[in-house]
Design a protein around this ligand. Sequence first.
Ligand code: BGC
Ligand code: CA
Length: 449
Amino acid sequence: MRLLKKVVAVGMASTMVFTIAGCGSKTTETTAAPAETTAAAAETTAAGETTAAAAETKDPNAKVENKDKPLVWFNRQPSSSATGQLDMTALNYNKDTYYVGFDANQGAELQGTMVKDYIEKNIDSIDRNGDGIIGYVLAIGDIGHNDSIARTRGVRKALGTAVEKDGNINSDPIGTNTDGTSTIVQDGKIEVNGKSYIVRELASQEMKNSAGATWDAATAGNGIGTWASSFGDQIDIVASNNDGMGMSMFNAWSKDNNVPTFGYDANSDAVAAIAEGYGGTISQHADVQAYLTLRVLRNALDGVDINTGISTADDAGNVLSDDVYVYKADERSYYALNVAVTSDNYQDFMDSTMVYAPVSNQLDESAHPTKNVWLNIYNSADNFLGSTYQPLLQKYDKLLNLKVDYIGGDGQTESNITNRLGNPSQYDAFAINMVKTDNAASYTSLLDQ
Ligand code: BGC
Ligand code: CA
């Protein structure tokens, strides 16, 4: 059965190869017969380990089945949106499957600490209405997204407002809690110069629009308006799971009211706003993530060690030091490390789309011929992905000789994106940013066909 399908696929692909030949090297003369033999040979070695060896000796022009092509998940890690548990089936889809994201817990801790440090440093002016309570509101991105959950927990933990539920910090939104009676959070206590203050989460909400898009900046902008009109003088701090929502709240209310606002992502507009009172943000090293996203594909396509140009220098001198990322082999995941961006250092982060210098060298086209990559962004309106991540990808794709088709989703429906993966045989590799982290199979099932 498989073999039959494959023959058809090979036939289709050789047509495809010629239509895209202009951007590849001269070696695109794929003949169906040898390719077929190699693919079949690879298949008989089924048990993983040995396939790698077989792959190395195979004809570089051999037709690869879609299910065996390099695949990288990025920014939205395959996982249960209910429990956060990783979807190891998706992460192990084939031997060239990886995830690229950032260390969510380390970043969340930094974000929480950044807010706490700010309070301590500004204790004399922070309590705007002088009631002894430092009140904050929190914009939540997506209650089913690991990164969003981690950030909510990080802020609550650092400010002492966290409450445990089933062994973890509860990350649910509270609605409003101006009187401090919520059971999802508790009042925290901060001691500065021998004086103690109450810290209260006054309100939090998932910023999801009526059509279902999460991390929605416009919803956050409206949300702060609603909160401010009913308890504005109690709000001393605005915290947000990301800069898109944070900047929307800053522009709508907190800037004019001198209320420090904290986000995440270090988008250029947020970094620039630090000069105007934005409290701070976290860089999730998008410059490293965007590189890693395309780099793992490049390495798999070249059939070289996966850490080439990552932990070991490549032939152009690209290499990352271990203070900017970690790799967890059991999770098949690369995680960039985060850095706090505050009034102390923001000048160094003004352009979030600048490639990371240690990995900015052009690969040689003859040794690393152009390959075609299908890549999607779950929501074309997402501030971080649109204004920081994608511009970086578009710089690295050239450096790595990858011709990438960028597909922008609507942020709500997986099918809006999967519908545009109608012909995977046209591509050499895939980079996927799901709408919902549970939905990996909607993509892999298309590659299985
Ligand atoms: C970013 C958010 C973004 C989300 C999209 C997160 O890593 O921090 O700004 O909206 O990814 O998936
Ligand atoms: Ca107060």
